[in-house]
Design a protein around this ligand. Structure first.
Ligand code: GP9
Ligand code: MN
Length: 402
């Protein structure tokens, strides 16, 4: 019953921090575009293959945006759908299976519904079948007004590869639909080309294959380079349409692209042993936030995670979240606690990494006494447990914050 929520409510409200005074509400009424970048990890950002930049556009975009280079994905088996779930709800995904399938009938208070109360129109753009990951059901639940799925796009032999419509064509064909939305809008784009097994047509190869024993890792770099190109063209189109100047743009990597099956080749690429410490650091994905009118960028290296996106974005729009049941913290809040809790129970702070029951110093990258991680370990356990209780008990149906 509803009383089960009281402890959780007390906990989440006690960890609330004050938003940044300058930024809170500064973008009230502006559009929001989220781009879920398929399988993009942080390590290719700024990298080169045979002297050619793998992410030339993102490298430039970062210079005029906020870039979080210690931002972690928190997904589990639900992959892309988990990343969506986390960012829309500021809750953790579940430990087994995908919450998009197991708990799609729950009551959630997702971002589209919150924004609807503020006069926003919401839409998702993704060129896959609407039933994939149970998205059609979940998007209704979340309060999305519209879902442009594969049936809204022209897909043919020419413009598709790998999982379907190529990202460049996806963004191009999305533009008229995006422009037709009433403003302010909240729009989410989910890319697809940079998905395992990272195959491309020859004409779309803009950097060389990497050279290792893993064909997957070798193909990853040209596939990332292709997505970077697609993002560049989309941002150009946004500028031409005028939307760029009145839209908060959030780009995030959804989850890792290179699994631990390729550890040997990754270790060779990185030039280090792939210890559990390093494997945890490889769970970083890029987060880029571009604010309307922003010309100067800033790289923020304090630890952050996908769960933090919801309060961050809502605060930019001037929406008070102090009564929300959420586990994330506003990334621009001067007093936030910098900590990322991964779904497998690993966690990261600015100083330590805890994984596989071992506590590591970030400075030495070596194991340290587990007691140094103890306090955080309890917190990590508790948060995951609280979030699970909310989902498995459908507890938000007892919570009325309207
Ligand atoms: C499918 C796309 C990829 O529509 O989002 O899903 P993933 O396999 O990465 O979860
Ligand atoms: Mn994905």
């Amino acid at each position: 019953d509803g009383r089960k929520l009281v402890d959780i409510e007390n906990y989440v409200h006690s960890k609330q921090t004050e938003p940044d005074k300058e930024l809170f509400g500064r973008y009230k009424g502006r559009n929001v575009i989220y781009i879920s970048m398929e399988s993009l990890q942080t390590f290719p950002i700024g990298s080169t293959i045979n002297g050619q930049a793998v992410t030339p556009f993102l490298n430039d975009f970062i210079k005029e945006s906020y870039y979080f280079d210690n931002f972690y994905h928190q997904t589990g088996q639900g992959k892309t759908s988990d990343a969506e779930f986390i960012t829309e709800n500021s809750l953790y995904p579940i430990g087994r299976g995908a919450v998009y399938f197991t708990n799609s009938q729950n009551t959630f208070r997702a971002t589209p519904r919150i924004l609807k109360n503020e006069g926003y129109y919401s839409a998702v753009f993704h060129a896959n079948d609407r039933t994939f990951w149970n998205r059609d059901i979940m998007y209704d639940n979340f309060g999305y007004d519209e879902f442009f799925d594969v049936s809204s796009y022209t897909v043919n032999e020419e413009n598709s590869v790998n999982w379907g419509l190529k990202d460049i064509d996806f963004f191009k064909q999305s533009m008229p639909m995006l422009k037709s939305l009433p403003e302010p809008f909240y729009a989410k784009f989910i890319t697809l080309t940079n998905h395992f097994p990272f195959t491309l047509d020859d004409e779309d190869m803009m950097v060389d294959l990497y050279d290792s024993d893993s064909r997957t890792l070798n193909r990853y770099f040209p596939a990332v380079r292709y997505m970077d190109e697609a993002l560049k063209l989309f941002v150009q189109d946004l500028k031409e349409s005028g939307l760029y100047d009145r839209t908060v743009i959030v780009l995030y990597g959804d989850h890792y692209g290179i699994s631990e099956n390729h550890n040997a080749e990754m270790a060779e690429y990185l030039g280090t042993d792939l210890t559990p410490f390093q494997s945890t650091q490889l769970q970083r994905v890029p987060l880029i936030i571009h604010l309307p009118g922003q010309k100067e960028g800033q790289t923020i290296s304090s630890v952050a995670a996908q769960i933090d996106l919801r309060p961050t974005v809502l605060h930019l729009l001037g929406i008070d979240t102090s009564d929300h049941i959420q586990f994330g913290e506003d990334l621009f809040s001067p007093s936030r606690e910098n900590m990322a809790i991964l779904r497998d129970g690993s966690f990261i702070t600015d100083d330590i990494v805890y994984t596989k029951e071992t506590c590591y110093s970030k400075v030495t990258e070596n194991p340290i006494d587990n007691s140094d991680c103890e306090l955080y370990a309890e917190k990590a356990k508790m948060e995951l447990d609280y979030s699970d209780r909310i989902i498995y008990g459908d507890l938000l149906r007892f919570y009325d914050n309207d």
